[in-house]
Design a protein around this ligand. Structure first.
Ligand code: F3S
Length: 424
């Protein structure tokens, strides 16, 4: 690993033991990946605030102990200084305003509060969402980032044209303290070209369609980089968010190319870097139907819980949910939780959307989601969601049956107390 003089000094302790640990970790990590050098980053998004029972004993020894062990992979406790570069917290496990609804242990809630205070003092911006790009962390094209969270990474690479691999708790801890990350994978321009082709031969327009296309894509291309042709409708932020989250769930897609969307793919030739295009994988009506069916993991229609907002909802989505719920009542046996970043929740509050959703019997949640927190309303057996990602994970994580459908189907079903969408 070639290091600059500044990096050598950091490694050798010039900036204190936490930074030295961080450099040591990044060097070992980079060498294991075959990286020849590190690259500077000024944009880190990681998971620092852990409020789980397994972390409790560490937290009792202080939050330096938690950070050292979980974010620096260090048994030795080091004094953690302020982050060297802008760093934000992704999603957490507890909604500090709705922890009772989540059934969170009060001791863990206190841990979360204390952890946030500790991190804030060290310059970690408590965005507490899987969609930092919706609340002010919008890297520019070509910017090197160190992000965790697969749905954010695919958006960062493919829509914003910034560069990140899927990082982990330790590498983002070390990146925040040093402003460095190994230069490999999607940081290198030559690794970002498309190597799979998907030809869309059916209409992909509403948000659910985009989730289905993403889910299909992940299964088909696994960890490769697909380019798309045949799309007739340009997607917006919320559709791209759902599409990418789904592709990163059924497969390990971290980057795709959509001419007209992906900054590095003004044309198909550019997407493939001038290389020959592979044979196309077709997404037609039959594939769309089959993928939609694959997302249904339920047989019972009686619905206990509807989860919206995976990835966290944009303000447009909050407005849509409120519009669909206005003047209606959710069935008394069904819970509805709508998830959005806390910063967007404030706009939803001021716009009256939160009141409408709550008047209908729903809840607006922030900071977390059921798959990450592993918390749902008590006694849930059957869920429905508008997110292919949540439909993929929650039945397995929560041991529940899961339906997937459009926002409209989910809202109508919450009101009816039973699944009104497709039953396979
Ligand atoms: Fe975000 Fe949770 Fe979905 S982290 S992408 S809402 S599974």
């Amino acid at each position: 690993m070639q290091l600059t003089d500044t990096e050598k000094a950091m490694r050798d302790g010039a900036n204190g033991p936490a930074v030295a640990r961080s450099m040591d970790l990044l060097i070992r990590y980079g060498e294991a990946l075959g990286a020849e050098r590190l690259v500077e980053t000024r944009n880190v998004a990681g998971a620092y605030n852990a409020s789980t029972p397994s972390v409790r004993s560490l937290a009792e020894e202080g939050y330096d102990r938690v950070f050292s062990e979980l974010n620096l992979d260090s048994d030795e406790v080091v004094d953690v200084p302020r982050m060297a570069v802008p760093t934000c917290q992704l999603i957490t496990g507890i909604d500090l305003d709705n922890h009772e609804l989540q059934g969170a242990d009060p001791a863990l809630v206190e841990m979360q509060r204390a952890g946030e205070k500790y991190l804030g003092k060290r310059g970690v911006n408590m965005m507490c969402t899987c969609t930092p790009y919706q609340v002010g962390n919008v890297p520019v094209q070509g910017e090197h980032c160190a992000w965790m969270e697969s749905s954010a990474v695919i958006y960062c690479n493919s829509v914003l044209g910034a560069r990140t691999n899927v990082e982990g708790k330790e590498s983002t801890g070390a990146a925040g303290l040093t402003g460095r990350i190994p230069y490999w994978g999607l940081h290198r321009p030559e690794n970002r070209h498309a190597n799979r082709l998907i030809r869309v031969e059916t209409e992909v327009n509403d948000m659910a369609d985009w989730g289905v296309l993403g889910y299909f894509t992940g299964f088909e291309v696994e960890e490769n980089k697909p380019a798309f042709e045949g799309l007739t409708h340009l997607p917006d932020l919320m559709k791209l968010k759902h599409f990418g989250a789904a592709a990163a769930s059924s497969g390990g897609v971290e980057m795709y190319h959509m001419p007209g969307i992906t900054p590095e793919a003004p044309t198909m030739d550019a997407a493939f870097g001038g290389a020959a295009r592979p044979e196309a994988i077709v997404f037609g009506e039959a594939e769309k139907r089959r993928t939609w069916a694959r997302l249904q993991n339920a047989t019972d229609r009686k619905l206990d819980f509807v989860m919206l907002g995976c990835p966290h909802n944009s303000i447009e989505q909050m407005s849509l949910v409120a519009e669909l719920l206005e003047g209606r009542k959710i069935h008394p046996d069904t819970a509805l939780w709508v998830h959005t970043p806390r910063a967007i929740r404030q706009i939803a509050d001021r716009s009256g959307y939160t009141d409408i959703i709550r008047a209908a019997g729903g809840e607006v949640m922030s900071d977390t989601c059921p798959s990450i927190s592993r918390r749902m309303p008590k006694g849930v057996r059957v869920i429905a969601t508008d997110s292919a990602k949540q439909a993929h994970y929650l039945p397995a994580i929560g041991k529940v049956q899961g339906w997937f459908g459009s926002v409209q189907q989910c809202v109508d079903s919450a009101v009816a107390g039973e699944w009104l969408g497709v039953v396979q």
